[in-house]
Design a protein around this ligand. Structure first.
Ligand code: G6P
Length: 368
């Protein structure tokens, strides 16, 4: 037998490769006759018509999926959305009024911080919709509605396929909410659903270039810190990319909103420091390239991740530049996420670590 790792040295690599199927299996049940549908889950249309405030509660990687969700609800559905770290939620006396929907996100469905936040929100009268990977888990049981991701079992502590599957549900939900509120034309809905359907193929294109990404990670091996800079959706995604790198390679990495660099952290950019710059958002690219110049002028060694249509010659060597396949701006998170996962994975494995079992971390955390 090839064992549970399917021929890969680590579960994480196997799970990264399972993403095209995980996303297809998660998305396809919710596209019915060319429209978004959550009828199977018994989710009434009123949930997204009557609730014009959303609070996402989650921990770790699942919380980062919520940050992507926040921007989608804002951009597509015009629904105000906050994202709360579940363990902090109850301490901040959150305002839950009629019209607030709580969305809880959890791979395991057993994270106690998230569960306690759900119970608190329910006591305050909120309806809770959860996005969960493990069937019949406690969080699924304690929610009013549950949408399952179909990522299959995730073994590696560092979450990969669960994250992109959770994100894909947020895309579906934001398109759904926008459609129900009359904010998208039939053509726009069709366009966004087409983009969702393209994700598996786009991810496969990234996986085909994994040895290029493996070489890119040499840059991190002689450093104990790194920065990642981007704006908008790119910044949200880099928070996750940075967490991945920290979790499994023990390199201290900080994701920074590029525009905020000048308000502080730029002092830490010194000669040779690796800086990952992610440039996928058309409207933000020119500002982002100025930020890249800023860090370059302080000696940073930049790894540029962008797309052909936004590529700008910044004197960055070809081997330090990764060109992502083109998608609608909103969907560039998927190819970028996979590149970030592979960067963390290859860095950890090159350092000889047990990628699947990073020190001091547990896959499921049932203590507060
Ligand atoms: C742990 C894991 C993380 C995960 C977080 C939330 O800290 O190490 O990878 O993102 O819990 O887990 P959940 O199962 O609720 O998504």
């Amino acid at each position: 037998s090839r064992g549970g790792k399917g021929g890969y040295p680590f579960y994480m690599e196997k799970e990264i490769h399972e993403q095209p199927d995980a996303i297809k299996d998660t998305v396809s049940p919710h596209i019915v006759n060319g429209k978004t549908s959550f009828a199977e889950e018994g989710i009434p249309d009123s949930l997204f018509r009557e609730n014009q405030n959303i609070v996402v509660i989650a921990c770790g990687t699942a919380m980062h999926a919520g940050l992507i969700g926040q921007q989608l609800f804002h951009t597509l559905a015009n629904i105000h959305t906050d994202v709360a770290i579940a363990s902090e939620f109850t301490y901040t006396n959150p305002v839950i009024k009629p019209g607030t929907l709580v969305i809880a996100v959890s791979q395991s469905g057993e994270t106690i911080d998230t569960l306690e936040a759900i119970k608190f929100a329910k006591k305050k009268g909120a309806k809770v919709l959860s996005i969960v990977n493990v069937k019949g888990s406690t969080i699924a049981d304690n929610s009013d509605y549950c949408i399952y991701t179909h990522a299959g079992p995730e073994i590696a502590v560092a979450s990969t396929k669960a994250f992109t599957s959770q994100a894909s549900v947020f895309y579906l939900l934001a398109i759904h909410a926008a459609r129900l509120n009359g904010l998208l034309s039939t053509e726009e809905v069709a366009h966004y659903l087409d983009e969702l359907n393209r994700i598996p193929e786009i991810i496969t294109q990234i996986l085909d270039k994994k040895s290029f990404i493996q070489k890119m990670t040499n840059k991190f091996l002689s450093h104990d810190q790194a920065f990642m800079i981007g704006r908008g959706l790119d910044y949200s995604l880099l928070l996750e990319g940075s967490l991945k790198l920290k979790e499994i390679s023990y390199i201290h990495s900080e994701a920074y909103a590029s525009g905020e660099l000048k308000h502080g952290t730029i002092a830490l950019i010194t000669n040779g420091i690796p800086v990952v710059a992610l440039v996928t958002q058309s409207a933000l690219a020119s500002k982002e390239y100025s930020n890249i110049r800023e860090v370059q002028s302080r000696g940073a060694s930049v790894l540029l991740i962008t797309r052909q249509s936004l590529y700008k010659d910044m004197n960055i060597p070809e081997e330090d530049t990764f060109i992502l396949p083109e998608m609608d701006d909103l969907f560039m998170t998927f190819p970028a996420a996979v590149v970030m996962q592979l960067i963390a994975y290859y860095t950890s494995s090159a350092k000889g670590y047990d990628v699947d079992k990073p020190r001091n971390l547990a896959k499921v955390v049932t203590v507060e």
